[in-house]
Design a protein around this ligand. Sequence first.
Ligand SMILES: Nc1ncnc2c1ncn2[C@@H]1O[C@H](COP(=O)(O)OP(=O)(O)OP(=O)(O)O)[C@@H](O)[C@H]1O
Length: 312
Amino acid sequence: MIEIEGITKRYDDTTVVDGVSMVIEPRTVTVVVGTSGSGKTTLMRMINRLVEPTFGTIRIDGEDNRSMPAHELRRRIGYAIQGHGLFPHRTVAQNIATVPGLLGWGKSRTAAKVEELLALFQLDPATFADRYPHELSGGQQQRVGVARALAAEPNILLMDEPFGALDPIIRAKAQDDLLAIQKHFNTTIVLVTHDMNEAFHLANKIAVMDKGSVLQYGPPAELVRAPANTFVETLIGETERPFRLLSTGTACAAAEPGEAEGEPIREDLSQQEVLAELLWSGRRAAPVVSAGGAPMGRVTLEALVKRASRLQ
Ligand SMILES: Nc1ncnc2c1ncn2[C@@H]1O[C@H](COP(=O)(O)OP(=O)(O)OP(=O)(O)O)[C@@H](O)[C@H]1O
């Protein structure tokens, strides 16, 4: 758990983060969104003390984050940034092994971890371990950047626009990989993004920042149904609201007993994807199946219309 209490950062007379308090639950994904210059990166960097606060306290699992030297704290917290920040003169394997090396892990433990992460990120170790960053595509570099941040098995992973530079297809894949990895390692993730679709796709909770303050912090559906003010409302987008609500639920949650014609849809699709599929295939309902193909009832257009409404 990360407890942020009355945290403020000033540069001379300018307050860039202003008395922010929030609690980030373990094993969740918290996404920080907001206008450019609103203090998102500064807030996040105070968690691993790349920036020292002017006032306030941050506790990690009950312990003040100033109770240990900053460099030790940073080895315990993964950090991945846009442009990935890989060391250009080190191979992929050496990049991933950076923090385990600093922590004095043995050779075989480190090598096993590097292999595991490369496999997890679908980078064949035989092909990629000995390559240098410039021999990889942008998407591959980005995956190595996240793998490196996860190498020492941190409980916490901070990510600053990690997918910003990726094309939409690789980006969607990277987001899904991240969710799978988060479940695999039970990591607590704090991620900064400008992309509201990304925020709704990834977040258990979203924090909206403006001018150094957190205006609202809550589950995505709550931000849509009960925005704290017009700023939050505008950021979510009036015409997007019903679709954003649907993007927070799965086909499984909208399924009801009964049958339907045509190609089945998987239970883990978002309700927004199901709506798109129903509209595109001209159906009023579709059968739902589990990942293993077992029937799980159906989802109807009518049920989705209800779920997309603020009256729900
Ligand atoms: N070292 C610094 N010295 C002075 N001002 C700074 C420093 N670092 C950041 N700032 C200012 O603090 C404000 C918040 O910056 P921050 O990078 O946290 O915003 P952000 O919300 O992450 O922005 P963006 O979305 O554009 O990345 C900005 O106005 C920035 O110019």
